[in-house]
Design a protein around this ligand. Structure first.
Ligand code: R5P
Length: 287
């Protein structure tokens, strides 16, 4: 197997190749003057299983990159191409909310040209139960629940875990049960990208607690900010935030800090200064 990285995923791909004891290659990409993508391999791929690593946040250019990479690998004699994208894009548009809209979650898999297998981490499964409903190729979903549970056990004594919406049940509730912590799953109604209504907080339970608000994605931060504003009416000991995929758009991490959040932690599916939980531990063999 050859692990192949791109500019934005070089470090992740290189470290993964060491864990998998596979050869590493960096795919060279640049732009033509008209902004079309140029791509070149520097190694022989004949008969190889090419394991592309590219986390598809800010996805549009990267979708072209991985499709060119997969197709070229096949052209050059690779026998199989896997794409490992720790963050799965376009999955939240899982329904035609307004007449005429693209249901992009169903279209995204079709854009992955010549890829035989898709591996991702904790995709935002809401209306879909499984990726099999939208992919024709083989898919594998990895979960960070155990990594997050271990992080919480190590760093927070007697926490109360809050999931801001029903979907966070699959993370918040499950992680809380696995470490025998209390949890609260709230009800959220999304009005627009920047507007949500959240209810269901039991203020009494929060008194003097180490609160962790746990969600899969922090994008604009709207969900977290709304939850934090609700928490103002209670008196927890401190408030912390953990997410799997931290996009932290629109300066949202700063906004969260200014609302009194003590610590912000994410995994490195999208690398940032808050990435304290390493997803590569999922590939290490248990001793
Ligand atoms: C959606 O329901 C997800 O679980 C997150 O709550 C959501 O994607 C966060 O987005 P934002 O930070 O823009 O509210």
């Amino acid at each position: 197997m050859i692990v192949a990285g791109f500019d934005s995923s070089d470090r992740l791909a290189k470290n993964l190749s060491k864990i998998l004891k596979a050869r590493y290659t960096k795919i060279y990409t640049s732009y033509f003057p008209d902004k079309e993508t140029y791509l070149r391999y520097n190694t022989n791929l004949k008969g190889q299983h090419v394991f592309l690593v590219n986390s598809l946040y800010y996805p549009n250019d990267k979708i072209i990159q991985v499709s060119l990479a997969a197709s070229t690998a096949k052209d050059l004699g690779a026998k199989k191409v896997t794409l490992f994208s720790p963050y799965m894009p376009y999955i939240r548009q899982d329904k035609r909310f307004k007449k005429g809209e693209a249901v992009s979650s169903r279209i995204f898999p079709k854009l992955l040209v010549d890829i035989d297998e898709f591996i991702t981490i904790d995709p935002h499964l809401h209306r879909y139960k499984s990726l099999r409903q939208i992919f024709k190729i083989k898919t594998r979903v990895l979960s960070t629940n155990l990594l997050i549970a271990n992080y919480i056990k190590k760093n927070f004594k007697d926490p109360l875990i809050i999931g801001p919406d029903y979907e966070s049940y699959q993370w918040g509730k499950k992680i809380a049960s696995s470490i025998k912590a209390k949890s609260m799953i709230l009800k959220k109604k999304r009005i627009s990208s920047h507007e949500v209504n959240i209810k269901g907080l039991n203020f009494k339970l929060l008194e003097n607690k180490r609160v962790i608000i746990l969600d899969d994605i922090i994008s604009t931060g709207t969900t977290m900010i709304k939850t934090l504003k609700l928490l103002r009416k209670s008196r927890p000991k401190d408030i912390n935030i953990i997410c799997i995929h931290g996009l932290f758009l629109e300066n949202s991490a700063k906004a969260l800090k200014s609302l009194g959040v003590k610590t912000i932690v994410s995994t490195n599916t999208i690398p940032s200064r808050y990435s304290k939980i390493d997803i590569l531990d999922l590939f290490k063999k248990k001793k």
